[in-house]
Design a protein around this ligand. Sequence first.
Ligand code: AMP
Ligand code: GLY
Length: 425
Amino acid sequence: MNVLIIGSGGREHAIAWKVAQSPKLTKLFIAPGNAGTAAVGTNVPIKVTDFQAIGEFVKSNNIDLVVVGPEEPLVKGIADFLAANADTKNVGVVGASAEGAQLEGSKEFAKQFMQKHGIPTAAYRSFTKATVADGKRFLETLKAPYVLKADGLAAGKGVLIINDLKEAQESLETMLDGQFGDASAKVVIEEFLSGIECSFFVLTDGRDYVLLPEAKDYKRIGEHDTGLNTGGMGAVSPVPFCTDEFKQKVISRIIEPTIRGLHDDNIDYRGFIFFGLIKCGNDPYVIEYNVRMGDPETEVVIPRLDCDLLELLAATAERRLAGMKATMKAQTAITVVMVSGGYPESYKKGFEITGLDSVTESTVFHAGTKPDSGRVLTDGGRVLAVTSLADGIQPALDKSYRSIGGIKFDGAYFRRDIGQDLQKL
Ligand code: AMP
Ligand code: GLY
């Protein structure tokens, strides 16, 4: 099979790395890719939202399967675009239709979907500029902290959690006034749920699904979960507090009703679903859906797969997942993300990364890098995700931190406490 992966982060490198191991693969392309994906396939300089160019590339390179990494092209309708075009309509696509992608593209759509299908989530109401006064009164009926969410995609920044009522009411007004552009023309206000977060992932063809390994990520820039939110500074899989009993609840109360709901609502969904969950007491609630894999969660989920990922991806696109299963390694995978100095605020790019060849006991997934005549340069806030597998969290961490010791670039920063909280549970 000829495969095109859309995206350029650590998630796409991890998917490309695994697909490259499949005996079913003929040629692998990544658009636009990074220095890491260039080592396992061929990068093509096409932007993830340039559907026309993607369609032409698919046709002229006899691509059999397109795997879409990030949410933006999905929400903008890449699956529908390829299906509507005579030249590409028979190509397999792993990626939800625009309608299905609303599970991530609109918080209100996701909340309505969960309510309709009886899926546990925080109680909510949504407001627009016309109903801002109702929104402020609604906040008065809730207990602090207050959770305000921009309805649309806001690059992971659209959720505010505020302790003070007056401040929450002011923020509601600022959001509705366009703080996050069109994404906050509507704002969802929801009940605060207190607990510990984890993420589950499936591949679904809209009727059947395969469960992938679960993961926990570390969102804050600072150690002990302090400072600004980031895309993710590390991840661990499996998650010790996700016991078999808890997993069964996730499957029966959340995953299966979600897949049934998509099917009953006639939504064409062939792709990944990322269930962002919170464990309150012993019960799971959905914090959010994403229509893509997580990053850096993919960098621990994929290395734990002990099966042919390309086989599962092709079956997803061709709606033949029934009876399939993702076999997983029992080992623990952990990843530690090395970021540019200054991230998640402003940072510089273009520094040379050295020492990548010194790594022997980890796999280094590239998140924000670019090749430059034989050298590898930093090209983003999150630069590398250093993943290790071992029998337990600590030995896996030891491997990643030893590997990081040999990798250098100007301003490199990483958290030294990934996974520590899980060892104390
Ligand atoms: P989201 O973009 O919906 O994942 O929200 C970002 C983060 O805000 C989540 O990972 C949670 O840490 C937090 N969060 C979102 N909704 C809630 C809620 N209802 N209760 C508590 N924390 C929340
Ligand atoms: N690491 C969180 C995400 O990918 O949304």
